[in-house]
Design a protein around this ligand. Structure first.
Ligand code: NAD
Length: 349
């Protein structure tokens, strides 16, 4: 964006508690919300840690739900809403990644019960008012302030257990949120600064997490980057890259992270003339002078680099995908024709 572009920016009411050991702030945060009946939504699958959290909640814990699945199936949301109503729940505590937080959001959407989120991956959902619920293979997404968590506790100690095969994919998703935030129609000076520093923290932190998974500084750095990735997504939204990944993932059932890793450098190159400042910010965040090569190198280091060909897509599939993507492609920062998208996919192939 140039300094004379018009801007409309609305900040969100985030409350963030961050630091190693800050899980212990949980009782005070629940009390701050004047809550007495907490529904714990466990997407962490770590029984010891969940026992510790239940002990912290003490008598305020009304129930623990452990059936958490990806993309929030509607029947799961309905069951959780029923439990919340029956037990007169007044606070939802989501512990885990985007799936646990997504389930809490589905309950909050209808009930307005406040959410406390304790994220344990780098997905970033805890910072956004975006929800998604899946009914018969169709994921309906929307934006509603009622689902924005009231309090987020980032305690990097809870991410020490995240294995490399989840750290890399979760991290590349967060990077994609930051990168794309730099060229959406809602990009603004505040989100640009946040996204650029998010890329820096994620690139540095994630590489260190892969090298030393139990290093608390590495985990804390990556988590701070994920925090900024969530903020970038929440305020600037997404554009062509996420549309392309959504079509490729949904239509051809390809793995999310590897699709991001294959497509992001190609889209970045495509926008290098239309959004040179955004692409320069990506490079700056990565600490390189070539954003495209820098993104490829990062995906390599995180063990998620791939190509659409390796993922099993045929050339005929890419032709079809190009038509689907171009039909829905946002026109910002420049329109993408079928021919343009074909070029992007060819590169990612
Ligand atoms: P996830 O929540 O599905 O978790 C993946 C796996 O990681 C699970 O098996 C979980 O038990 C395990 N796990 C989580 N934390 C762990 C830890 N610290 N140690 C060991 N294992 C751990 O995955 P995700 O990537 O966090 O979330 C993906 C979902 O989030 C998708 O449905 C995506 O659409 C959604 N999402 C939503 C938003 C939003 O703003 N609404 C943003 C990003 C992602």
């Amino acid at each position: 964006m140039s300094a004379t572009d018009p801007v409309e920016y609305e900040g969100l009411p985030w409350r963030v508690i961050c630091g190693p050991g800050r899980l212990s702030d949980l009782p005070a945060e629940v009390e701050r919300l004047q809550a007495a009946r907490v529904l714990l939504i466990d997407g962490l699958e770590d029984p010891e840690r969940i026992k510790e959290i239940e002990a912290l909640l003490g008598a305020t814990r009304a129930e623990t739900l452990s059936d958490v699945r990806p993309h929030v199936p509607l029947e799961l949301a309905q069951a959780a809403r029923k439990t919340a109503a029956e037990l007169e729940i007044d606070c939802l505590l989501a512990v885990g990644g985007g799936s646990a937080i997504g389930l809490a959001k589905a309950v909050a959407l209808e009930t307005e019960i406040p959410i406390v989120a304790i994220p344990t991956t780098y997905a970033g959902s805890e910072m956004t008012p975006i929800y998604g619920i899946t009914d018969k293979a169709h994921k309906q997404t929307g934006r509603d302030l009622r689902v924005l968590p009231r309090t987020v506790i980032y305690d990097p100690e809870l991410t020490l257990s995240l294995p490399a095969f989840l750290t890399g994919p979760s991290g590349i998703n967060a990077i994609a949120h930051c990168v794309e935030a730099l060229w959406t129609p809602l990009s603004n000076p505040a989100s640009d600064a946040i996204a650029t520093d998010g890329i820096r923290l994620l690139a540095q932190g994630l590489r260190a997490c892969i090298a030393k998974p139990k290093d608390i500084d590495a985990r804390a750095t990556a988590q701070r980057g994920a925090w900024l990735g969530g903020m970038s997504l929440a305020t600037a939204g997404t554009a062509l890259h996420h549309k392309a990944c959504h079509v490729l993932g949904g239509t051809f059932d390809l793995p999310h992270a590897e699709v991001h890793a294959a497509v992001l450098p190609a889209v970045t190159e495509f926008f290098s003339d239309a959004a040179p400042e955004a692409v320069a910010s990506v490079a700056r965040g990565l600490g390189t002078d070539d954003a495209v090569a820098g993104l490829r190198a990062l995906a390599d280091d995180l063990g998620v680099s791939s190509s659409l060909g390796k993922l099993g897509l045929t050339e005929k599939d890419t032709e079809y995908a190009a038509e689907l993507i171009a039909a829905e492609a946002p026109a910002f920062p420049r329109p993408a024709t079928v021919e343009d998208v074909r070029g992007i996919l060819k590169q990612a192939y």
